[in-house]
Design a protein around this ligand. Structure first.
Ligand code: ADP
Ligand code: MG
Length: 512
């Protein structure tokens, strides 16, 4: 008998067949991984199990009993708990209040509060959650907020716990702690479903793994005995190189020099605090850090999008100072290209066609302009060629940007920036939401640019990506650079400690 079994689950959204005849069997007390590229149908499947979506047909069995799960109350009653990718906590409530919110005897009377507190503290201790029940949620780190979500599920007696991409927002230390908690839960007989796109995590913690591709389950296997390469191939449907080939960098003159830079936001909060940094021709400098520590603001300041309050950003020919801002347009003309972190907000306008998006920011160039109006033919032709060179699928310049997958949108944006042959490339989260196959391609292009003697400044929350691409790694915390290492000397744990600004002491990172 399985803790959870799915039989022939189908779910369509209009034309999209998100789940096709899904069958899945998860033995009690195991950790079961589910991997798949973006859009493979993982979250849809989990939402069906948790009662957010109704399947078109198919069966869900919990402990051998077929159940109809109409909403999350049904799921909770069946002993299913879910830790969402975006937490659903009330920020200005305490941990205790959040856990009790919506629970059966939720009346916040003193007597039941006292009982609940005891029970929570017991759970916390038993599962090594290390959260203070009286802490205000918004003051907790992301990792601790996630544990509050786990606590919430356990308080409701979850025997099956689903975690959808739980580690995306965590530092390596927080991930390690999460895995420790999951292992304790497993020992106590809890069944865990872990969705992640990080193949190493699957190998590190799961007992079995299922692979989804384009709405289908394409493989189930014991984790022992499989490899990252094998899983990647199953996910994509072809062989994938997971490592970037690169030689040692040949570093030349400085192309970007930042001195004592400070950026203060609208609320008067310093986002970038006295940062100095140099990027030279022929090197990739990676900025690591938990997102929200000033990396984005730094990149935007260099691109001329955000004003600076102190310091200097020196390009080869000109410098930005507080008294002398330079417009993003002009900065592009100085040979600085920018692939923004947020594709949808800044990288492209999704209502535009691909061919319009492919020249955004460069639309005043001579090539694209007739005597009075834009030369639409030239624009489309240019886009078609880019699509060919960059393997953008489908290769249709007239299609709306929104209709391309994340990976193909990103390839188009990077094509636009890289093909300007910039001296400096600023690139933020180059592969966020991008499939493994496209990641391989994008990484190769970044290294190509470096090898052509250009300077690359990379911001990424994926340590694996930073370590694969960068020659030098700096770590940002709270607006400041708190450390620098040569990539060849870097490992995830050391970087993780720097990212949490907690040199050697795991407890320091608990609250910040
Ligand atoms: P994953 O979690 O594996 O990245 P999802 O389950 O989120 O994939 O999505 C699977 C497919 O279903 C995608 O093509 C997605 O665009 C589509 N999809 C998911 N949710 C909806 C929805 N509410 N409406 C329409 N399409 C959806
Ligand atoms: Mg998902």
């Amino acid at each position: 008998m399985y803790a959870l079994e799915l039989k022939n689950i189908n779910k369509s959204f209009g034309d999209v067949h998100a789940n096709k005849n899904i069958c899945l069997q998860i033995p009690k007390g195991t950790i079961h991984g589910i991997v798949g590229e973006n859009g493979a149908g993982k979250s849809t499947l989990m939402s069906i199990i948790y009662g957010f979506y109704e399947p078109d047909n198919g069966e869900i069995l919990v402990n051998g009993n077929a159940l109809k799960i109409n909403d999350s109350c049904d799921a909770i009653a069946a002993g299913i708990g879910m830790v969402h990718q975006h937490f659903m906590l009330v920020e200005n409530f305490t941990v205790l209040e959040n856990v009790l919110l919506g629970a059966e005897d939720g009346a916040m009377l003193n007597e039941s509060l006292g009982k609940a507190r005891k029970r929570l503290e017991k759970l916390e201790e038993e599962f090594s959650l290390e959260v203070n029940v009286d802490a205000i949620v918004e003051r907790l780190s992301v990792g601790l907020q996630q544990r509050v979500e786990i606590l919430k599920a356990l308080y409701r007696d979850a025997k099956i716990l689903i975690l959808d991409e739980p580690t995306g927002v965590l530092t390596p230390q927080e991930t390690k702690h999460l895995f420790k908690i999951l292992n304790i839960l497993k020992e106590q007989g809890v069944t865990i479903v872990l969705i992640t796109h990080k193949l190493q995590e699957i190998l590190d913690i799961t007992d079995n793994v299922s692979v989804m591709r384009q709405g289908e389950m394409v493989a189930h296997t014991k984790t022992k005995g499989t490899t990252r390469e094998e899983l990647a191939e199953l996910m994509v449907g072809r062989k994938v190189r997971l490592k970037v080939d690169k030689s040692d960098s040949e570093v030349k003159e400085s192309l970007l020099s930042i001195q004592n830079l400070s950026v203060i936001d609208h609320q008067n909060v310093p986002r970038v605090n006295n940062v100095s940094l140099e990027v030279k021709a022929g090197e990739v400098v990676g900025i690591a850090g938990v997102s929200g520590n000033g990396q984005s603001e730094l990149l935007e300041a260099i691109a001329g999008i955000t004003a600076i309050q102190a310091g200097k950003i020196q390009f080869a020919k000109e410098a930005i100072t507080p008294e002398h801002p330079i417009s993003p347009d002009k900065i592009r003309k100085l040979g600085v290209a920018h692939v923004p972190e947020d594709r949808h907000k800044m990288g492209m306008v999704t209502k535009m066609t691909a061919s319009e998006a492919a020249i955004l920011g460069y639309h005043n160039d001579k090539t694209y302009n007739g005597r009075i109006l834009m030369d639409l033919k030239a624009v489309e032709q240019d886009c078609a060629e880019k699509m060919q060179r960059w393997d953008v699928r489908p290769p249709k310049p007239e299609l709306k940007s929104a209709n391309f997958s994340g990976g193909n949108q990103q390839k188009l944006i990077i094509a636009r920036e890289v093909e300007q042959n910039p001296d400096v490339l600023l690139i933020g989260q180059p592969t966020r939401g991008v499939d493994i196959g496209a990641i391989e391609f994008i990484h190769e292009q970044v290294i190509k640019l470096r090898d052509a003697g250009k300077a690359v400044l990379l911001v990424s929350v994926e340590l694996e990506e930073i370590m694969a691409l960068a020659d030098r790694i700096v770590v940002m915390f709270d607006g400041q650079i708190v450390g620098e290492v040569a990539a060849k000397d870097a490992d995830e744990l050391t970087l993780g400690l720097m990212m949490a600004n907690a040199a050697g002491n795991e407890d320091n990172q608990q609250e910040n």
